[in-house]
Design a protein around this ligand. Structure first.
Ligand code: GDP
Length: 199
């Protein structure tokens, strides 16, 4: 496969199950609490300065943002969660949108969840993990540059044993973990018949 992460273009924004683009190539979705470093991680993986430009204003309509990675894959940026003082109705909207996508998208091959290496596994992270069920998972422990080596090893060990998937340390500042993450995602995409069988 050509390197899909070097050829990203914006495809569509979707505010509900009804207006998602028709399923096509395998999709990898990115999720995480607001401000956790998700856009920076996506941009680091794609080698871009500003591709993921999702609005950060609390209260704005939340959307799924679809990007084409060449013709062989797609990246889906899920709306961030966990703003303080977000109205209940918006939380319900987030759950409906993300739940509909994760629960029904047969071309979804895996979810990358970004967690702050200093504050992993918040209650909202746990809720999202619960949503994922058996979807393949890679947890990136972001802003790892803010931790000492010893702290990094401790948090990696703790999270790796707590989540039903893989975990890696990540920093979009030092680029720690960027190349390794890219190769893990390429492996997801290369699996024959990648995509779930949802009947
Ligand atoms: P998002 O809301 O999850 O998309 O988060 P952003 O990517 O916009 O990042 C939120 C803030 O964290 C910004 O001020 C970034 O500069 C900072 N940030 C993101 N990634 C890193 C990282 O790896 N290391 C450090 N030190 N700061 C980061």
């Amino acid at each position: 496969m050509k390197q899909p992460f070097s050829d990203a273009t914006f495809l569509a924004s979707s505010a509900g199950a009804a207006d998602m683009p028709p399923p096509g190539p395998p999709e990898i979705a990115f999720a995480g609490r607001s401000n956790v470093g998700k856009s920076s991680a996506i941009n680091a993986l794609l080698g871009r300065r500003r591709l993921a430009f999702t609005s950060k204003t609390p209260g704005r309509t939340q959307t799924l943002n679809f990007f084409a990675l060449g013709e062989a894959a797609r990246l889906v940026d899920l709306p961030g969660y966990g703003f303080a003082r977000v109205p209940k109705a918006m939380r319900a909207q987030w759950q409906a949108l993300v739940g509909a996508y994760i629960g029904s998208r047969r071309t979804l091959v895996g979810v990358v969840m970004i967690m702050d290496a200093r504050h992993p596994l918040t209650p909202l992270d746990e809720q999202l993990l619960h949503f994922l069920g058996d979807v393949p998972l890679l947890v990136l422990l972001s802003k790892a540059d803010k931790l000492t080596r010893k702290e990094q090893a401790a948090v990696l060990g703790a999270v790796a044993t707590a989540v039903p998937g893989q975990a890696r340390l990540f920093s979009s500042v030092t680029r720690q973990g960027v190349d390794e993450c890219r190769s893990l995602l390429e492996q997801w995409l290369e699996q024959p018949g990648s995509g779930r069988r949802l009947e």
